[in-house]
Design a protein around this ligand. Structure first.
Ligand code: F6P
Length: 319
């Protein structure tokens, strides 16, 4: 193996740049040439590929987004798209690829490996919805951003004795909602993975008001319903002064936290070492503080399990 390619795919996540930097620097230190592929698999198929030097990834560890740009490209699920991508890899003499993205991106990495181009997947998504890793690159920063925003919402909520329903991202995963909900002292956290009872939440909010609490907060994961829809549900059970807020894409921006930068650096480095060992079709993650790798196929058979004990903890704390 002489040349590796690197791409970022799917929704961007803070720390993706730190991962690209780590892959580039470790690969160059080990005598490899590195090529950046812009716009994920779409750019691979289009041949948007350029050489990356060590200095090209300077000043990036603290920058959010992805300087390689990203795209969602379902066409790569088809054999035709894959063969077009393979042609480009051959044309540029690239032997192996590191793919940074969510689960859709892992399918692409697996297909490249199947076609003879070893590829390693790194978990780059704010959603934290990938199995066999305790955290994905970007999750910690997204939680920080959401926590910071909700702290501000709470300031105004208290001044007006209002209840706020806040939607956080996560697609079908409630991890951001649970972690941020606990960190912000939410009265209730609602996630797609577990049942919930709006009437019970309404009663809890009323009790909190009666006992003198000057604000209410319900954190609702976007995979459940919109904040507006939840607000309408809540109003069926009480005459609340309530507002709905959607935090949205701000959760994908912002300076990557120390955890995300270090995680991205560790996982990026490991991806290159696995490729140097001639391995492909693997997903790298962090489990109990150790960097691990698993067959990508195993990830498709497994679903991510969140720390659902946080729901019980929050219920105990918000009494
Ligand atoms: O996967 C990351 C994510 O931000 C999800 O949390 C969200 O549901 C989705 O992407 C939004 O996608 P888009 O940026 O395409 O609107």
């Amino acid at each position: 193996m002489k040349r590796i390619g690197i791409l970022t795919s799917g929704g961007d996540a803070p720390g993706m740049n730190a991962a690209v930097r780590a892959v580039t620097r470790v690969a160059i230190a080990n005598g490899l040439e590195v090529f950046g592929i812009r716009y994920g698999f779409a750019g691979l198929v289009a041949g948007d590929i350029f050489p990356l030097e060590s200095e090209d990834v300077a000043h990036l560890i603290n920058v959010s987004g992805t300087f390689l740009y990203s795209a969602r490209y379902p066409e790569f699920a088809e054999e035709e798209g894959q063969l077009a991508g393979i042609e480009q890899l051959k044309k540029h003499g690239i032997d192996a690829v590191v793919v940074i993205g969510g689960d859709g991106s892992y399918h692409g990495a697996l297909q490249l490996t199947r076609h003879g181009f070893n590829s390693i997947g790194l978990p780059g998504t704010i959603d934290n919805d990938i199995p066999y890793t305790d955290a994905t690159i970007g999750y910690d920063t997204a939680c920080m951003t959401a926590m910071d925003a909700i702290d501000k919402i709470r300031d105004t909520a208290s001044s007006h004795h209002r209840v706020f329903i806040v939607n956080v991202m996560g697609r079908n995963c409630g991890d951001i909602a649970m972690r941020v909900g606990v960190a912000c002292g939410a009265d209730a956290i609602v996630i797609p993975e577990k049942p919930y009872d709006v009437e019970e939440i309404a009663n809890r909010l009323k009790q909190a008001q009666e006992s003198g609490k000057d604000h209410g907060l319900v954190v609702v994961a976007e995979g459940v319903m919109t904040a507006d829809q939840f607000m309408a549900e809540l109003k069926k059970y009480g005459d609340f002064d309530v507002r709905a807020n959607v935090l949205g894409h701000m959760q994908r921006g912002g300076t990557p936290t120390v955890s995300d930068r270090v995680l991205a650096s560790k996982l990026g480095s490991e991806a290159v070492h696995l490729l140097l060992e001639g391995k492909g079709g693997l997903a790298v993650g962090i489990e109990n503080g150790k960097v691990t790798s698993h067959d990508i196929l195993d990830l498709f058979d497994e679903s991510h399990k969140g720390d659902y004990d946080l729901l019980k903890l929050n219920a105990d704390l918000s009494r």
